[in-house]
Design a binder for this molecule. Structure first.
Ligand code: FAD
Length: 382
């Protein structure tokens, strides 16, 4: 067992850190307040660095890296700005991930390079107003028409939806078949009857776009079916197995950013004639934070390494996502406590880490859903 990263992986970490501290850090609060980041500029820059096609092979314009490198990239982006990391994770794991898992050779050749080369952002639509944790409650419907499919319905809470060029979304094609009657389709920006709708005004992750998408008599060619008819739900679950590793990594990065801010502040701030870091009450908090972050990172890298080894990761990625996201909330809350009143104001970064962290216990399956997934596996029920 070897816990050391390779030189190449360390290099990836250093380059993401340098980019994040140089190009993102100076704007984090501004983007949070504006509820957007310069998506075109960031898309171009991050595509040049390979971060919009991390896991895809070079033949499709990707960086050909593995999940460990992917986790490092998301972690380092989140250490500075979890919101930007969320948009990058949704692009890589969800939209691109679904096409990579289930797309045909023609679809991969045509669409993967658009995503990996940063021609457009990708979005992924599973959630609907009436179908959140229970994705089998999908109401969006696709009916065969004129050799293609007529899609009606909507998705909500979709990351990158306002400006995504490609969106993979699921719809019911055979209602009587339940989960096995759900099919995925690829929607392209500009298709008549398809487009973004209400943008959400959020507690955290504010710079990351979250909006609804609407399908109104949208005629989709049959060539845009992703995967086999009736396999959209199962494929979506596979997509989430990988996606949850990225949310775990995002959680580790978010916690790390808050923790480092707390360490810095505890050494600078003096009360009772001493730096507050000299008080055991503060030291114990920092010790717990450091320990929990390390445990979360190990779970995350373990899931990533298993995924790279081609092993099943449903339980491991749910464990990593569950634990890391809850650590992220706890650590960022303690970071505020260590900052006292200053932690509550926007001159310091910790309030934003705390606001951002909460999404991590909700998106790509809530903590309760992760516990259900884990319990099923430990009880051999699925
Ligand atoms: C910022 C943001 C970005 C997102 N991005 C995307 C995206 O890109 N694509 C996408 O498809 N979705 C996205 N989502 C949606 C997200 O995945 C859902 O919000 C999440 O799965 C929960 O669904 P829900 O909000 O409908 O909550 P609900 O399912 O209504 O859950 C409400 C509460 O009930 C609990 N609960 C539900 N069922 C059970 C059960 N069986 N046992 C115990 N407790 C249960 C939940 O854990 C939760 O606490 C995003 C959400 C947000 C907020």
């Amino acid at each position: 067992m070897n816990f050391d990263l390779t030189d190449e992986q360390e290099h990836v970490r250093r380059s993401v850190r340098e980019f994040a501290e140089g190009e993102i850090l100076p704007h984090v609060l501004e983007w949070d307040e504006a509820q957007k980041f310069p998506q075109e500029e960031m898309r171009r820059k991050m595509a040049d660095l390979g971060w919009l096609g991390v896991l895809q092979p070079e033949e499709f314009g990707g960086a050909g890296m593995g999940y460990i490198e992917y986790a490092i990239i998301i972690e380092e982006l989140a250490r500075v700005d979890p919101a930007l990391a969320l948009s990058v994770a949704a692009h890589n794991s969800l939209c691109t991930g679904h096409l990579a898992i289930a797309g045909s050779a023609e679809q991969k050749a045509k669409y993967l390079p658009m995503l990996t080369q940063g021609e457009c952002w990708g979005a992924w639509g599973l959630t609907e107003p009436g179908a959140g944790s229970d994705a089998s409650g999908t109401k969006t419907v696709a009916v065969e028409k004129d050799g293609g499919w007529l899609v009606n319905g909507s998705k909500n809470f979709i990351t990158n939806a306002s400006y995504a060029g490609l969106c993979v979304a699921v719809a019911v094609t055979d209602r009587e078949k339940g989960n096995k009657g759900i099919t995925a389709f690829l929607f392209e920006k500009g298709m008549p009857g398809f487009g973004p709708d209400k943008k959400e005004n959020k507690l955290g992750m504010r710079a990351s776009d979250t909006a609804s998408v609407v399908f109104s008599d949208c005629q989709v060619p049959s060539a845009n079916m992703v995967g086999n008819r009736g396999e959209g739900f199962v494929d979506a679950m596979k997509v989430l197995d990988g996606g949850r590793i990225s949310i775990a990594a995002l959680s580790v990065g978010c916690a790390q950013g808050a923790y480092e801010a707390a360490i810095r502040y505890s050494k600078e701030r003096e009360q009772f004639g001493k730096p507050i870091s000299s008080f055991q009450g503060i030291q114990f908090k920092l010790a717990d934070m450091a320990t929990e972050i390390e445990a979360a990172r190990l779970l995350t890298y373990q899931a990533a390494a298993m995924k790279d080894a081609g092993r099943g990761v449903t339980k491991q990625s749910a464990m990593a996502k569950l634990y890391a996201s809850e650590v992220s909330v706890r650590v960022s809350e303690e970071a505020i406590q260590i900052h006292g009143g200053y932690g509550y104001i926007k001159d310091y970064p910790v309030e934003k880490f705390w606001r951002d962290s909460k999404l991590l216990t909700i998106g790509e399956g809530t903590s309760e859903i992760q516990r259900i997934v884990i319990a099923k596996r430990v009880l051999n029920q699925g």
